[in-house]
Design a protein around this ligand. Structure first.
Ligand code: ADP
Ligand code: MG
Ligand code: MG
Length: 476
């Protein structure tokens, strides 16, 4: 990603101020909206979701590579989710020491013993990448992670292209403004949800969004809901507590919540330990997993998105096992892998510890967590590893090569933040959507993208974590 905005624009403070004022109004007009922190459960006070003043240049070939590999990632996640032996082996060391993953895994085991009640599977994921700067000036696409649960911003990212188009026109960059791609992940996600709802086959049943207590980003989800209502598919929003209190299964394991039959449970909550505030939340998760409702994701698909699984996939021969007859899929997926290293007990893990301690700035240490702000960088890697290296506790982490995108200057527009130029790094996400019934993949698509940009001062964190902001790729 290269600097494309000329200095005479970037440094013209009067112009930047004007552009920023227009950009904020354009974002409000377009519906790039978020509730404010102070009132996260009311839509009386909303503001623009944070975004960049200018779009960020992304090489066309790399962008297309990311879109093209998505259907293979969909297939891979889906295959992993159906392979209990693989999940058991891949996660064995992690679940020995990480309570959260262990708990999820227990649900997985319980469902296996009881037998899966629903043969329809709905997968909505987002594979995230950064462009690693090579010495020859080109960049290569490296996967940061794949999110198989509660991947967000498919809605708001459909509204940001028009904001950037307008800013570019206002800045006299007519040609560039025509290069901002249309994008509508929410519509594609909804097509998959609708298909799953249809296959469930009960006209009166609803799609239940399982939502967090704090709903700042509700408007992002409303875009998906809107697409479903357009098809006369009713949606409801419920929390773990609601499911615990009013949920039940009938004799056929149909899920009823508050008396309404649920065809699809779409998890926008449940991805981190704090989401399970009580045992009741875990009971509710189990109830939903056991039910006939289509789960997005089901527990196996949730586990397939762990960082530990990501690391195990880089072992020689593992991808080949999942794609025995598709060497081109193996090649495309593997090309996006960064170096990932295990911290299991034994010589390999010992080697990883030594390597990280010798050059901590080359790596990121990751626990099995989601939602931003959990990874460990730099000297803190040494502190943590020194403390855990002699014990099994180290198995809760994996180590990853740090990706180095080229920093680009831009302005990050955020409520209550001063307007100042920042050195920025971007992360490209690609949305995948698929539906399988039994052995038949009835839909497998790439449904859009998300570019997020953050100041390079921050090592970690996404938009919801208050670090990154929404952006658009400008293909070059
Ligand atoms: P989470 O599930 O919490 O989003 P991620 O693996 O996406 O976890 O890491 C969070 C953030 O940390 C990313 O959005 C990215 O900014 C940064 N990050 C993660 N892995 C790397 C890496 N290998 N190199 C550079 N930055 C990384
Ligand atoms: Mg994640
Ligand atoms: Mg992430």
């Amino acid at each position: 990603m290269a600097q494309w905005i000329p200095d005479e624009v970037l440094m013209n403070t009067a112009l930047i101020k004007d552009l920023a004022d227009v950009a904020k109004d354009a974002a409000l007009l377009q519906g790039v909206l978020m509730r404010i922190h102070e009132a996260s459960n009311s839509s009386e006070l909303v503001t623009y979701a944070p975004f960049t003043l200018f779009p960020t240049a992304v090489p066309k070939a790399v962008f297309q590579q990311a879109l093209a590999v998505q259907i293979h990632y969909n297939t891979l996640v889906d295959k992993i989710s159906q392979d209990p032996d693989f999940l058991k082996e891949a996660l064995a060391s992690t679940i020995a020491v990480d309570d959260f993953t262990a708990r999820l895994f227990r649900i997985h085991q319980q469902i296996l013993e009881e037998g899966r009640s629903q043969s329809v599977v709905l997968g909505l994921n987002r594979s995230d990448y950064m462009l690693d700067q090579r010495e020859d000036g080109t960049s290569s696409l490296k996967q940061i992670e794949i999110n198989t649960i509660a991947a967000s911003f498919g809605g708001l990212s459909s509204r940001t292209p028009d904001v950037h188009r307008q800013i570019l026109r206002l800045a006299g960059r007519m040609q560039e403004s025509q290069c901002i791609l249309d994008n509508n992940p929410a519509a594609g996600l909804a097509v998959a949800v609708a298909k799953a709802w249809d296959l469930y086959g009960s006209q009166g049943a609803v799609v239940m969004f399982l939502v967090e207590g704090e709903q700042r980003n509700i408007l992002d989800q409303r875009y998906v809901e809107k697409e479903l209502w357009k098809r006369n598919i009713p949606t409801i929003r419920r929390r773990f507590d609601d499911v615990y209190e009013t949920g039940r299964l009938d004799q056929d394991k149909r899920l009823f919540v508050g008396g309404q039959e649920v065809a699809v449970v779409y998890f926008r909550d449940g991805y981190m330990p704090q989401n399970y505030a009580s045992e009741q939340a875990w009971d509710a998760r189990l109830l939903m997993e056991r039910s006939l409702a289509v789960k997005c994701p089901d527990i196996g698909t949730h586990l397939a998105g762990t960082k530990k699984v990501q690391q195990v996939l880089t072992r020689p021969g593992v991808l080949e096992k999942f794609f025995p007859e598709q060497p081109e899929a193996v090649e495309q997926i593997r090309a996006t892998f960064a170096g990932l290293y295990n911290l299991d007990m034994g010589p390999e893990g010992d080697k990883t510890v030594a390597m990280a301690l010798a050059a901590p700035d080359r790596f990121v240490l990751k626990p099995q967590r989601e939602g931003g702000g959990n990874n460990i960088y730099g000297s803190e890697i040494c502190q943590v590893l020194e403390a855990v290296k002699g014990s099994t506790e180290r198995m809760a982490y994996i180590l990853m090569d740090k990706i180095h995108p080229t920093p680009v200057q831009n302005y990050l527009l955020r409520r209550d933040a001063p307007l100042k130029i920042s050195n920025c790094l971007s992360e490209l996400g690609v949305f995948g959507a698929y539906v399988r019934r039994g052995k038949d993949m009835v839909m497998n698509e790439c449904v859009g993208h998300l570019l997020r940009t953050k100041s390079s001062e921050h090592s970690d964190g996404g938009v919801a974590a208050g670090v990154a902001v929404l952006d658009n790729p400008l293909l070059i």
